[in-house]
Design a protein. Sequence first.
Length: 163
Amino acid sequence: MLKTVFKSPMATEAELVKAQLEGAGFHPAVVGASQTSSVLPLLGGLESEVVVPTAEYEAVRTYLTDSKLVLDETLPSGVIPDGAVCPVHEGPAVAICERCGTFLCAKCGSMGTPPLCEDCLGRPEDARPRPKWVTATARLWAGVWILSLILTTIATLIIIARR
């Protein structure tokens, strides 16, 4: 029998918790919504759940409570997990890339304020995506404006034709 230890409308959050639990030697699984739930997180019933065997439930709850992992997919500011290693130089991590979350060691020459990995330093600043509701509202108003312009033109032509 399986018991739920974590629920999220974002499948990626559930996968993060699953990976953390697997790394600690537990046997979790993700059930529920597919990756599409991250596109539509506000729709009810599309939650991903992390489940574990009933025998591991209490140990997992204790582990998650005591873990440095915060269940909203972030670590407390400035906290680097024990054993974190720089993937480039394979040295102990002393910072985390502000953009992508890659661990950085003291040998990384790209650390600054904020710290960035070499890949992120070479990329232009990511533009913040516009929320979909803003785009939809702009299109609606543009449609209303164009429609009113067309109707005004037709009404003017009708008035001119009657004279």
